[in-house]
Design a protein around this ligand. Structure first.
Ligand SMILES: Cc1ncc(COP(=O)(O)O)c(C=O)c1O
Length: 527
């Protein structure tokens, strides 16, 4: 098989790949096998348990150091632990080789819709690594961490200002954790009113964490359909409102990449029916500096600092999901809070010094006050952009997504393109691909083109969805390269190019069984 990718290069080895399951073969010749198992710089890597040996160690221990301190000898191991031993260069090479099998935002565009995988300015990293932030301990006396507390205070003020809300709870550790925090505030507010409303309305296009969080918080979830133009069906939502509805959870901009233009109308109707409005603000980067959710009637909204304000994420964290709150919910926000005393010092409001403003706090989300590294990175990003720069961030994110949308809509159907410009994400569907060729084949083909795939099969309201979020940090040249590849794949998919079925061909591993991987992961060495 011979494939020329859109970037114009042609592999000389044909179908290579560390997973010998593929049809590895030199073009027109016998299968190509190297003695080492590596293919040039595409390195094959064994598991650390296969590489290591029990009698090897990268460090020389002094025998005397092994003597246990008085009274601790009962804790001595009876046998050597079953861990692989490696020399230092072996260990370094193992992890370096593994890291080269991965894709990262520092290698190229990462158009994963809904995830906002944008470049993380290195300035943020330098600030977060300053010892005064990186080395603080949460139990240090507050007088010794005034600078760190001031970072939290300043960031909180920015978040309040940018969203037009009354207050912010800084401690939630991620977007979904923020959702839980917001719903617990709603529950506490209802308790204070002496009401037991148990239903939360969630649009069918919602991010999966929304219904999951509502159910986790003990609410019954009722789904709201979307209109043909990809927005919440307001009439259907109004029909569901009643004395049992605690609130709605609406993502804005939504997961179809569209602005919920009726949010104020929805909020007014929900409030009139006695409920609260939770907004999933994970996509805030599309509207920051342009729209204040507080002006639209939102009562609670989490902000994924690890998306809107850069900071690295993916692969499980770390993250930070502060929740901004309206006047109605602010008194119920979890502890702790930073507050500036009359003496000019910053203090943490805790259980024992709650004071009037926080007397109804529902408890706490986590042991301490948040994620210092992420706070420092996010504040650095905000201060280095300023208010005008943040507005530009939103405009560029939206511009880039619309550029991708309009550049590809003639080869890939864009279900809501007729509704006008999109926000920060361009959404395509699999309609019109040749029989048997799927969204997944295009996503895997992108790997061969040197890109991370877009988000696939989400949102669920679009068949074979492909959600592309270029973010504001991609240049026009970078977008043009990506668009060239996506267009080429779409044309191959429409023409029925069966080689797409076995993509990726040029990655360390070939097509994996993702269902098996998710349902039956093998996470433990079973040597
Ligand atoms: C729309 C939306 N809501 C919620 C979340 C959950 O955020 P987290 O992964 O930080 O829990 C995400 C994650 O990217 C998201 O895109």
């Amino acid at each position: 098989m011979s494939t020329v990718n859109a970037a114009g290069w042609k592999p000389t080895m044909g179908d290579v790949g560390g997973d010998a399951g593929g049809e590895a073969g030199a073009e027109g010749g016998a299968p190509l096998k190297t003695a080492s198992g590596d293919y040039g710089l595409m390195l094959e890597e064994a598991l650390i348990f296969e590489l290591g040996a029990k009698d090897k160690c990268g460090v020389d221990f002094d025998e005397a150091d092994r003597a246990p301190a008085a009274g601790l000898s009962k804790f001595l191991r009876k046998s050597v632990p079953d861990l692989p031993g490696l020399t230092e260069p072996e260990a370094v090479r193992h992890y370096t080789r593994l890291s080269r099998q991965n894709y990262a935002i520092d290698l190229g565009p990462f158009p994963l819709g809904s995830c906002t995988m944008k470049h993380n300015p290195r300035l943020n990293e330098s600030m977060a690594r300053l010892p005064g932030f990186a080395d603080v301990h949460p139990m240090q006396p507050q007088t010794t961490v005034q600078g760190a507390l001031e970072v939290i205070e300043q960031l909180a003020n920015w978040l309040i200002t940018l969203t037009g809300m009354a207050s912010v709870a800084m401690s939630p550790k991620a977007g979904a954790h923020g959702e839980l925090c917001g719903l617990l505030c709603i529950r506490a507010a209802l308790d204070a009113r002496g009401e037991t409303r148990d239903v939360v309305l969630v649009p069918e296009s919602a991010h999966g964490t929304n219904p999951a969080t509502a159910a986790f918080a003990g609410f019954k979830v009722q789904s709201i359909p979307a209109t043909p133009d990809g927005r919440v069906d307001v009439a259907a939502l109004k029909e569901k409102l009643g004395p049992n509805v605690a609130g709605v959870m609406i993502t804005n901009p939504n997961t179809c990449g569209l602005f919920e233009s009726e949010l104020k109308t929805i909020a007014d109707a929900v409030h009139a029916a006695g409920g609260y409005v939770y907004c999933d603000g994970a996509n805030f980067n599309a509207i920051v500096g342009k729209v204040r959710p507080g002006d639209l009637g939102v009562d609670a909204m989490h902000i994924n600092l690890h998306k809107t304000f850069s900071t690295p994420h993916g692969g499980g964290g770390p993250g930070a999901g502060p929740v901004v709150l309206s006047q109605a919910l602010a008194p119920f926000a979890p502890l702790p809070f930073v507050t500036r005393g009359a003496d000019g010092m910053i203090h943490l409001v805790e259980e024992e010094n709650r004071g009037e403003g926080h007397s109804q706090a529902f408890g706490r989300m986590v042991a301490f006050h948040g994620q210092m590294g992420m706070f420092t990175r996010a504040l650095t990003y905000i201060l280095s952009h300023g208010a005008d720069g943040l507005r530009q961030v939103a405009e560029d994110a939206v511009l880039n997504a619309n550029y991708v949308l309009r550049a590809c809509e003639d080869v890939l159907p864009a279900p809501f393109a007729q509704s006008g410009p999109c926000m920060h994400e361009a959404l395509f569907s699999d309609a019109g691909l040749a029989d048997g060729i799927s969204t997944l084949d295009i996503a895997k083909g992108l790997i061969d083109e040197g890109f991370h795939p877009m988000t696939v099969y989400f949102p669920l309201v679009v068949k074979g969805a492909m959600l592309v979020e270029p973010t504001e940090t991609e240049s026009k040249a970078g977008l043009d390269r990506f668009i060239g590849s996506l267009r080429s794949l779409a044309e191959r998919a429409k023409a029925g190019d069966q080689s797409l079925h076995s993509a990726p061909h040029f990655a360390p591993r070939r097509r994996l069984d993702e269902t098996q991987a998710a349902r039956k992961p093998v996470l433990v060495w079973q040597g």
